[in-house]
Design a protein around this ligand. Structure first.
Ligand code: ADP
Ligand code: ZN
Length: 305
């Protein structure tokens, strides 16, 4: 059996795990992404945690097939660097691959976290049989991984699929990126919580917003949720018209809401996708949840993409 070290770096926590060549997590741990220390120091902590996982399993760094790193974009996989992710400010421009090379001799690969999660869905998840699919994650933000013609489409610098900043409704508010009405500004978990809080004049989570909408007692909240579902439909139709996928896979915290989202999105697609076969594109829930990033990072090592 061959082992990869998967590292999924996030703005709040970093997951680290040993994953075998069947996609099984042998052992894993998680660290708080401490933004008060330098990224070099944080990488040192990750390396220590990885060494501990290896020794618990009676393995040595030399037993690693490779190290896969998933990180939030924008990044630059050509240079092995983090670029400008909004919630990892102190890491901007950080040569993360080089930093890991100080600790390991195994090959190191870096990809955008949503791209890595798409590869995980292809490897052991909902898209095993697909040669053409798009994985969409709707959580704090919105991102995607594009798999086309049996390969990941990563782009020149690893930033392909950053659909969170595709403009869906120019009448929407101004996004962190400077554009108005970006997909994630109007349809992410953060967007739902922000708009629900404005409606009720108190802090409301996206989960609570959904509960209120489905209670039948809050027409305003119902309207908000159906508008968001329609925006997700708009985003999906654009992806279908652009990439002609066999299927779409939706993951991320907001997708936990389940059937109401999937039904609304499928209905929008059936009415609005341009080509007739596109109107029947299946929209499946992601098979992997909390561990998608970790398995995806390891997939970068285990399978060719
Ligand atoms: P992250 O963005 O850190 O990857 P998640 O994928 O868990 O985290 O997404 C967090 C977002 O998803 C939040 O906006 C949260 O309110 C929302 N969310 C999480 N679980 C649910 C749920 N069961 N139903 C609806 N929204 C949820
Ligand atoms: Zn934007």
């Amino acid at each position: 059996m061959k082992f990869a070290l998967g590292i999924d770096i996030g703005g709040t926590k970093t997951a680290i795990g040993l994953v075998d060549s069947d996609g099984r997590i042998i052992s894993k741990t998680s660290l708080v992404t401490d933004l008060t220390i330098t990224p070099e120091q944080m990488v040192g902590r990750m390396a220590d945690a990885a060494m501990a996982l290896l020794s618990e399993q009676g393995l040595k760094p030399g037993d690693l097939q490779g190290i896969g790193i998933g990180a939030p974009g924008p990044l630059n996989t050509k240079l092995g660097q983090i670029a400008e992710p909004p919630n990892l400010r102190s890491w901007w421009g950080f040569p993360v691959v080089e930093a890991f090379r100080q600790h390991f001799t195994a090959p190191i690969v870096l990809e955008n976290d949503a791209t890595a999660a798409a590869l995980a869905e292809k490897w052991v998840g909902a898209a095993k049989a697909a040669d053409h699919f798009v994985f969409i994650t709707i959580s704090t933000g919105i991102g995607a991984g594009i798999y086309s013609h049996g390969r990941l489409m990563t782009g020149a610098t690893g930033n392909a699929g950053d659909i969170g900043h595709m403009v869906v409704d120019p009448a929407g508010g101004t996004c962190v990126c400077g554009q108005r009405g970006c997909f994630e500004y109007i349809a992410s978990g953060t967007a739902i919580a922000r708009e629900a809080s404005e409606l009720l004049g108190r802090p409301v989570t996206s989960k609570e917003a959904f509960e209120l909408a489905f209670s039948g007692q809050h027409p305003d909240m119902e309207q908000l949720v159906s508008r968001v579902f329609e925006y997700v439909g708009v985003g999906c139709v654009t992806l279908i018209n652009t990439f002609d996928p066999e299927l779409l896979v939706i993951g991320g915290g907001v997708s936990q809401i389940g059937a109401p989202l999937f039904e609304a999105v499928s209905s929008y697609i059936s009415r609005n996708a341009l080509n007739p076969s596109g109107r029947n594109t299946p929209v499946l829930p992601a098979a992997l949840h909390q561990d998608a990033g970790l398995i995806g990072a390891a997939a970068l090592v285990h399978i060719s993409y």
